[in-house]
Design a binder for this molecule. Structure first.
Ligand SMILES: *Cc1c(COP(=O)(O)O)cnc(C)c1O
Length: 393
């Protein structure tokens, strides 16, 4: 069985491109060109150079001694929190801005929920001197003021989506409308392994640098390139896709995906897509999706804004359905406790998204000599206020 996208963008029964007719030319231009462009030496050179000098790659693979001692297994942390802008998202936006330039585009649009992807996009647009418009729900603009300020400081225009629930899904609709109206000069930078083909595959390829590095780093440290497990949190699934990528076809490497159970999987306030999702179409992709009996998308909830997505990318739906991946759901409380433990055992304050991954020890037992690599997707500075309020610090 293949765990990579086929030509039409299918992972098993999931994926594809379910888009309105008017979006077809845009997606088709990208679909025809993304692999040929990515495979040129020139593209690879520019991409690698920027990852090295601008993002700060390779990020370290760090053996977490105290955390390993506590949980009686060998824990390595892949330090994506040390990327410029504080998370893995910039790996993808660097790749896509280069892609946009090769396609002759001089204007970028993006959607953002909590603002993290908006900031990563505004960052690379500033780097390249390219016009940037970020669509964001009116409600999100009000509750994510620091990220709105960052985007503006970086020179981006933040446009409010004022329809519907005025959150991420409405911002996405506005961005799609913009793209339909500006097919020639504009590239749409999607922030995770979601959306119509070729986005999930393209974003996974850009993020795959994570597992590419893990392989040689682990070889140096352990004398073998394969861990027993690789663990990552899943919102849309881009940091996870990058951490799994070069291990997908290596069955000896266990794949563990961690989702947000919010206040409990069955509480009605959750984002545990694998447990609750049914097959459906969201943002142009057939995947697992939280929905009501009559197919209305359910509003997701998680204490971490980055995991607060009602679907998962098609790669992850396939990993779940095929049982290649083991899916674990973690509540807000479990994640917050794990984030505090990580801070005090290793001196690393993780993003709350990432904290979910570190909370699996009550759900999954590892052997003492198992090598378990956690993808530390981002740093917790952006979440400090949430930690402060939760722990009354
Ligand atoms: C955005 C974000 C996530 C969730 O997005 P994925 O596409 O699932 O990786 C996870 N961790 C951090 C730190 C993020 O900023």
């Amino acid at each position: 069985m293949s765990y990579h996208a086929n030509e039409k963008g299918y992972y098993g029964e999931f994926g594809g491109a379910f888009i309105p007719e008017m979006l077809y030319p845009n997606c088709e231009e990208l679909r025809q060109n993304y692999i040929p462009i990515m495979e040129t030496e020139e593209f690879q050179e520019e991409f690698r150079q920027l990852l090295k000098d601008y993002v700060g790659r390779p990020t370290p693979l760090y053996f977490a001694e105290r955390l390993s001692e506590k949980h009686q297994t060998k824990i390595y942390l892949k330090r994506e929190d040390l990327c410029h802008t504080g998370a893995h998202k910039v790996n993808n936006t660097i790749g896509q801005i280069l892609m946009a330039k090769k396609l002759g585009k001089n204007r970028i649009i993006a959607e953002t929920g909590a603002g993290q992807h908006g900031v990563a996009t505004a960052t690379v647009c500033a780097l390249m001197g390219i016009e940037c418009v970020v669509y964001m729900g009116e409600i999100d603009i009000a509750r994510q003021a620091p990220n709105v300020a960052r985007m503006k400081m970086l020179g981006a225009e933040v446009r409010a989506a004022k329809s519907g629930s005025r959150t991420l899904k409405d911002a996405t609709n506005e961005a799609i409308r913009d793209w339909i109206n500006n097919p020639v000069n504009t590239h749409y930078i999607i922030g995770s392994v979601v959306g119509p083909h070729p986005y999930p595959d393209m974003v996974a390829r850009f993020q795959s640098v994570i597992s590419e590095e893990i392989k040689w780093q682990l070889q140096e440290k352990e004398g073998r390139s394969n861990p027993d497990y690789v663990v990552a949190c899943v919102g849309g699934g881009s940091n996870a896709a990058g951490a799994y990528y070069h291990y997908l076809d290596t069955p000896e490497v266990g794949i563990i995906a961690v989702e947000a159970a919010g206040k409990g999987i069955y509480s009605g306030e959750s984002a545990a897509t694998s447990a609750l999702g049914k097959i459906g179409i969201i943002h142009g992709s057939k995947t697992l999706l939280m929905q009501t009996q009559d197919g209305q998308i359910t509003e997701p909830y998680s204490i971490s804004a980055g995991l607060d997505y009602p679907g998962v990318g098609p790669m992850h739906a396939h990993l779940y359905k095929s049982s290649r991946g083991e899916f674990i759901s973690i509540t807000d409380d479990e994640a917050m406790t794990a984030g505090l433990e990580m801070s005090q055992l290793e001196g690393i304050i993780p993003a709350i998204e990432t904290s979910h991954a570190f909370a699996i020890f009550d759900h999954k037992k590892f052997k003492k000599d198992d090598v378990v690599v956690f993808n530390l997707s981002g740093r917790g500075d952006k979440d400090l206020q949430t930690y402060i309020d939760y722990f009354k610090l």
